[in-house]
Design a protein around this ligand. Sequence first.
Ligand SMILES: Cc1ncc(COP(=O)(O)O)c(C=O)c1O
Length: 285
Amino acid sequence: MKTLLDQIGNTPLIKVEENNGSNIFAKMEGFNPGGSIKDRIALNMINNAERLGIIKKGDTLIEPTSGNTGVGLAMVGAMKGYKVKVIMPDTTSPEKIKMIKAYGGETILVESLRYRKFVIDDVRNMVRKEGNLVFLNQYENAFNPLAHFEGTAEEIIKQMKGEKIDYFVAGMGTGGTITGVGRRLRQKFPKMKIIAVQPIQGQSIEGLRSLKDGFVPPIIDFEIIDEIYDLEAEKAFQTREEIARKGILVGPSSGAAMYVSREISKENPGVNIVTVFPDRGERYL
Ligand SMILES: Cc1ncc(COP(=O)(O)O)c(C=O)c1O
C-alpha cells in the first residue's frame, strides 16, 4: 500500500505557451503533497540522514527557510516521527506559517532584513546552545541538489519524450534546483543554456534570494550556470497574475521563472525552454 511519501515527485510537465515559435514548458511542483518542490528535498535529506545514522525518530530538526522547506520538513517529519522547528523571515506568507503549525511544526519568525543576512553560523550557534537539535542545512546539504539530479531532472527528460531542451530556467533560493536539474540536463544536452533567476538586490520574491546579499550557498555549482538574471520583483508579480488568468495559479517565484522564459523566447525563435513552477498560488493569497 502506498503512503503519501510515495506521492512526492512525478509532477506534471505542461506546455504553458508557444511564443515566437518557441515552446515554454513548466514542471508543476505545486502537485507535490505539501504543495511545493521542497517536499522532494525534505524527503531526500531526511531519508539520507536516517540512512547515515545522523537522525533518529523523536529528534528535532531545525531549518532556516523562506517557508516551503519548512512546510516540506513539517509534513515529512509528521509522517516519519520528527519534530520540526522552522526559522523564517517575518514577511513569509501567513498561509505557509499556518501550514507548518498545522503539521505540528514550530515557527520562529525573524525580522526579514536580518533573515536575508541570516548566516548558517547563527543556526549553528543555536544548535550548540540548545542541544538536541539537528540541522540538515539545505544550503549545504548535497542531498538537496541530488533530489533534483535524480528526481526532477530525470522526470523532465522522460516527459520531453526525446525532444531536445535548449534552455533551462530556474529561480534561485538555495540553488538546489538549478544545480541539480542543470547538472543532469547538461549531461544529456551539452550545448543547452542554463539560466538562474534572482531578485534585484533589496527586492523580495518569496522563495528566491539574491547572491548579492552576501551569502552564497555552497551547494551552487556555478560551472553549469550560463547566466544569472537579476529580475525586478514587480515583473514576477505581474507575470504571475497573467498566468493565473490563463488558469495556472502559482507562486511569485513561478512568475519570475515565466518572465525570464518569455524573454528568452522573444530573442530565440524555435527553441524549447523548460522551467520550474516551484509552488501553488493558494499559499500567497
Ligand atoms: C517558492 C520557491 N521558489 C523557488 C525556490 C528556490 O529553489 P532552490 O532553493 O532549489 O533554489 C524556493 C526555495 O525556497 C521556493 O520556496
